[in-house]
Design a binder for this molecule. Structure first.
Ligand code: ACM
Ligand code: ZN
Length: 742
């Protein structure tokens, strides 16, 4: 972590000054909306203007060649570099006193010159900043290139600024990957975490095990055979292309889980040794590498021999996440291994597995990165932890002295919709949790945004999911110090024309229709509070006439029903219509006491969620579904006063692939004083456990005719996923949106 605390005060002041347009000479309105924001920017009064740039150094230097190519691709019809009387000097100064691996650079633009100074890497980053300035200030170059005069001194905060690309669930071409390498370097990201093996496809050519590619790279989906793999030649080409742009490619070879494609190719790798298919649905699968069979480790050592020949990175990602232990629990060899190695449970067996792989890689001078599950049990080897299940795995890792990359689902999962992670949410990401002291925080080497591709079938969708959120991630990891979000948003706005020209089909910044609600006198007051400027809205309540709605205008909801909202920008629909369901009932706004806490990954609206009158949709990440992992829903609802109750109803969610199952037993009890309880109804089974797809199961207890001030709702979590489930043995989730009292 370099210089995270240096210079920021001056930077902030100077940058804000820099944002003011200087004197408006010849209607030149200089833009300095660089992303990530440089550490120090001092914007000067004047501006640079020249017909051509006279390059004063070695034309053959790689730094220059790449920059020239970048500009020529961006302005295809324009000669930019030329020695003529109408040229001004452009100089790259490789400073031998600066380490060539240091990202530090200085950029100086005067009326008659441009100078980029730094070590080799620094110069590359300086040229990216210069490229942005040229693109921001010269939509097209008809006659001359204009730039604001300024001085920049800049360096990174975090050393690891990563982007995870999952080429397994869906396959992306070499061309797409190169486009992304270009974009990552433009925004000073420096790690491409390349996810290459999965349940749904093995994507790296391995000579010794050809079936990994003839079998494991292909799955049957609804459209037929789908898949592909990268040849060794293509991989070398990508690694070289990335290296020239100061991006390290770190391959991820998943183990012991997410390995169904390998097992489909070579069934001896699993505990049961049965022929299975490459997975053609999404989720977590219980067939994983057998930890008791030495042939598995020989296979993996062979695979890593070929992998390490292709990837010069010092670290190899070995996955380690989401490995159900069901097969190991029922495998003779795995159990024998546990006994021989004195391992107390399957988590220790997983550690044994990881340590063995770490040792294989250590011999090749590589260390490993693994998802936070790998520290559930003790790991002695030199490992870097990537924390995805929130921040806690990362905090634990740091406390154990391990380097950590933060990529919590809450801020870094760009495959999630904009409703759950919008631009501002990413911008608020702080990879260093407040509970770490300054020494500990040195172990947080950076962060990553993850683009799992289950729902990213095309480059266009990849663009929509990645941009503009990547710009926020880039600034968090490079600059660290936060600008005001509104200023950042204005800078992002300036980048859209650049992204368009670079053929990026960027998505929206946040959900155009966001509703907040309060409850007053058994009425729900709903307000649209979109963060996007210049939107107009229409709404329709329960099939009544469509009406227009101003931002901040209150819609009073005094009965159960459905609200449909649509945003417009410049008269055109902006984003999809949003359907919000409301229930107005006797329990609205009642206090809820929890026996077991909901999981912080799915808090919905926290303590008020189950009585806020707002119902969940078929999107379980919509912010209304409250999730309990492995725990029961056991709550007491305190009504305002003793109340005649006729009906209590609630909705549960089921989506087996994501381990969400409706409860196996539900009861309601009532009390007048919270001391004496009476079971008023219970039901044993409301679900069809094997039913696939996403659905909501509603349950009503009618004709109660009871007087109560307190209601106790108990819904039993299904528990461990059953043996037929792909992730057998894992804890299931229970999701509920509202307790409706009538
Ligand atoms: C993960 O998202 N399973 C690392
Ligand atoms: Zn086994």
């Amino acid at each position: 972590m370099n210089g995270r605390n240096k210079w920021y005060l001056i930077a902030a002041v100077l940058f804000l000054l820099g944002c003011q347009p200087s004197s408006n000479k010849n209607s030149f309105n200089p833009k300095t909306s660089i992303i990530p924001m440089p550490t120090v920017v001092e914007v000067k009064e004047n501006f640079f203007e020249a017909k051509f740039l006279n390059f004063n150094n070695d034309f053959k230097s790689r730094e220059f060649k790449l920059f020239k190519e970048q500009l020529e691709n961006y302005y295809p019809k324009k000669t930019i570099f030329s020695k003529s009387t109408s040229s001004k000097n452009f100089e790259i100064k490789i400073d031998e006193t600066i380490n060539e691996d240091s990202p530090y650079y200085e950029l100086s633009i005067g009326q008659d010159f441009i100078v980029v100074r730094g070590g080799k890497k620094g110069v590359f980053y300086g040229l990216q900043t210069l490229f942005q300035l040229i693109a921001l200030n010269n939509n097209s170059i008809s006659s001359s290139i204009r730039l604001p005069c300024l001085e920049i001194k800049d360096e990174n905060s975090f050393e690891h600024r990563g982007f995870l690309m999952d080429c397994c669930r869906h396959f992306f071409s070499v061309k797409t990957i190169k486009k992304y390498i270009d974009l990552l370097s433009l925004y000073k990201m420096n790690v491409l975490h390349w996810h290459l093996t999965e349940d749904q496809g093995w994507r790296i050519e391995i000579d010794k095990y050809p079936k990994l590619n003839t079998v494991g790279s292909w799955r049957e989906d609804s459209t037929g055979k789908y898949g592909g793999f990268y040849t060794k030649k293509e991989i070398r080409e990508i690694v070289k292309y990335a290296k020239e742009r100061y991006i390290e490619v770190i391959p991820e070879i998943e183990l012991p889980g997410h390995s169904q494609a390998a097992i489909a190719s070579y069934p001896f790798l699993s505990c049961e040794k049965k022929q299975i298919l490459v997975a053609n649905s999404w989720g977590v699968f219980k067939d994983i590498y057998c930890a008791g069979n030495d042939s598995v480790f020989i296979f993996l050592e062979d695979v890593f021999r070929e992998v390490t020949e292709l990837f010069p990175s010092e670290r190899i990602h070995i996955g380690g996440d989401e490995a159900p232990k069901f097969r190991w629990e029922n495998c003779e060899k795995c159990q024998k291994r546990m006994a021989q190695e004195n391992l107390k449970d399957e988590h220790e067996l997983q550690s044994y597995f990881i340590e063995r792989i770490a040792k294989i890689l250590e011999k090749k001078n590589k260390s490993i990165i693994g998802w936070d599950e790998i520290i559930e049990s003790k790991i002695n080897s030199d490992v870097t932890i990537q924390s995805w299940r929130g921040f806690s795995g990362g905090i634990q890792a740091v406390k154990e002295g391990k380097k950590t990359i933060m990529s919590p689902t809450s801020h870094c999962y760009f495959d999630y919709g904009i409703n759950s992670i919008d631009l501002e949410k990413v911008y608020t990401f702080n990879p260093v949790p407040p509970e770490l002291d300054s020494l500990e925080s040195e172990l947080i080497i950076g962060g990553e945004c993850n683009l799992w591709s289950e729902r990213i079938p095309s480059e266009k969708e990849l663009d929509r999911k990645t941009f503009p959120r990547l710009l926020a991630m880039s600034e968090v990891l490079w600059t660290y110090k936060k600008d005001k979000f509104e200023n950042f948003q204005n800078r992002v706005e300036d980048h859209y024309s650049i992204l368009r020209k670079l053929n990026v089909h960027y998505g929206i910044e946040s959900s155009p229709v966001k509703l907040s609600s309060t409850i007053n006198n058994r009425r729900i007051n709903a307000v649209v509070n979109s963060k996007i400027k210049n939107l107009e809205f229409n709404y329709q309540w329960n099939n009544e006439d469509v009406k227009s709605l101003n931002k901040n205008e209150v819609i009073e909801i005094d009965k159960t029903g459905e609200l449909i909202l649509q945003a417009y920008k410049n008269g055109k629909k902006y984003g999809n219509q949003k359907v919000e369901k409301f229930a107005v009932h006797l329990g609205l706004n009642s206090n809820v006491d929890y026996q077991y806490w909901y999981n912080l990954s799915y808090p919905a609206e926290g303590l008020s969620s189950l009585t806020n009158g707002r119902l969940g949709s078929l999107d379980f990440k919509d912010g209304q579904w409250q999730g309990f992992s492995g725990k029961n829903l056991d709550v007491i609802i305190s009504l305002d006063s003793l109340t005649r109750i006729n009906k209590v109803s609630m909705n549960f969610y089921q989506y087996i692939n994501s381990w969400i199952i409706v409860p196996s037993y539900i009861s309601i009890m009532s009390s007048k004083d919270s001391l004496h309880w009476e079971v008023i109804k219970s039901v044993d089974s409301i679900g069809e456990i094997r039913k696939r797809g996403k659905f909501i199961r509603s349950l009503s207890f009618d004709s109660l005719k009871t007087d109560a001030k307190y209601l106790k709702i108990f819904a039993k979590n299904y528990g461990k996923l059953p043996s037929w489930h792909e992730a057998a043995g894992a804890e299931s989730w229970l999701f509920v949106d509202e307790i409706i009292v009538e």
